[in-house]
Write a protein that binds this ligand. Structure first.
Ligand code: 1CP
Length: 348
């Protein structure tokens, strides 16, 4: 049986070759993705179609042979499963009916939660099966969810935003209502992740894309505490289950995040200097990151050298190579191919 390098590093062991996968490795930069996306119609139709979503999950693995396959879905299925209206508008991104008062909060419910999410569990079973059938024995299967703060950002703002000022204002002026929402999201996310695990994922990653908007005190209340609650909740049933935390742009708060939450690996974004990371984050905790997706977009020698600098800097600790955020849709496939080669050829 071929070893799963990704799982090994998550469990604190180093491997000669560094395992890798890329956030948004399935997506619009791939022609085969664009084709299936067109077949499905809407983005959400693709997410809730297990036959197609399982294919999309496997597309980058077949092409590049990454060590991790990430479930093709979205963090916003949770608000939708709780009864909030969600659409993806072509060229604009997600649109939700914003929640800005107690009445709207009281409308959230678990009545159809598992029914809405059941196609995603079916996708997971299909991916697990296909990975076996196609003998991808080196590949670890990664499930995911958004962390409550980031999901709440979209639920209150109603769309993407640069600074989510309405959300920050709501949390400041209605802390009890905001806390109520965060607790619903903790329960929903814990239940959802346990079901993903039951359906066949081997790792889960918690995406907190907007963690960087908070000061240290807010970060403790809205990022650390809820994330810890979810991690502890999952591990109550699945002791030692591998969990990766990714509080994007957390900067110095990465230190408190690591101290307070027992994750297996910390995802670091493109904004942190690798020297700072090397000097300030404990050596025994596996890291994952952090090539700037803009550098991947440009490709060439700069990309190779940046990737090697990262690989060398973290060669003396358990490490998973990734980007510092998702693949940009204009990225040439050839650049991704070259990056895979560079990582594969590197030896610790
Ligand atoms: O048109 C299309 O085909 C939609 C583009 C797209 C894709 C490919 C969206 C819309 N979501 C996804 C898939 C997705 N989303 C994955 C799949 C697995 C993989 O990585 O390959 C994952 C893990 C996510 C997670 C996600 N969705 C996050 C967290 C990570 C991050 O990027 O910061 C967030 C914030 C979202 C919301 C979302 N979904 C889609 C878009 C365009 C956005 C961002 C909206 C915004 O803030 O502007």
């Amino acid at each position: 049986m071929e070893e799963k390098k990704l799982l090994k590093n998550l469990n604190g062991q180093q491997t000669d070759q560094v395992p890798f996968w890329f956030m948004r490795q399935a997506g619009r930069y791939l022609p085969e993705y664009r084709e299936l996306r067109q077949q499905a119609g809407d983005f959400l139709d693709l997410v809730y179609n297990p036959d197609l979503a399982s294919e999309v999950t496997l597309q980058p693995i077949r092409r590049f042979g990454m060590d991790g396959a990430i479930l093709f879905s979205d963090i916003l299925v949770i608000p939708q499963a709780l009864g909030q209206k969600l659409d993806f508008i072509q060229g604009e991104g997600p649109k939700l009916d914003p929640i800005r008062d107690r009445e709207a909060l009281n409308g959230l419910n678990f009545n159809n939660f598992e029914t809405v999410l059941s196609p995603i569990y079916e996708t997971i079973s299909q991916v697990a099966q296909k990975l076996q059938q196609e003998s991808f024995n080196h590949v670890s299967f990664i499930g995911f969810a958004g962390s409550p703060w980031t999901v709440a950002c979209y639920m209150i703002e109603g769309s993407g935003s640069k600074n989510f000022s309405k959300v920050k204002n709501f949390a400041e002026t209605h802390p009890d209502d905001f806390e109520f929402l965060i607790q619903i999201l903790c329960d929903a996310t814990t239940q959802y992740l346990k079901k993903q695990i039951q359906s066949g994922v081997e790792i889960v990653q918690l995406f907190d894309s907007w963690a960087g908007l908070l000061n240290a005190k807010e970060f403790d209340r809205w990022v650390i505490k809820p994330t810890r609650k979810i991690v502890d909740g999952v591990r109550e049933e699945y002791t030692d289950f591998p969990i990766i935390g990714f509080p994007r742009l957390a900067d110095k708060n990465y230190i408190s995040y690591l101290k307070s939450i027992k994750i297996n690996a910390l995802g670091i974004d493109y904004s942190v200097e690798i020297d700072w990371v090397d000097q300030n984050l404990p050596r025994n905790i596996p890291l994952q990151g952090n090539l700037d997706p803009e550098i991947l977009l440009r490709g060439g020698k700069e990309m190779e050298m940046s990737a090697i600098a990262i690989l060398e800097k973290f060669s003396d600790r358990p490490f998973i190579f990734n980007l510092g955020h998702g693949v940009i849709k204009e990225t040439p496939v050839e650049n991704v191919e070259n990056l895979c080669k560079t990582i594969r050829n590197f030896r610790r």
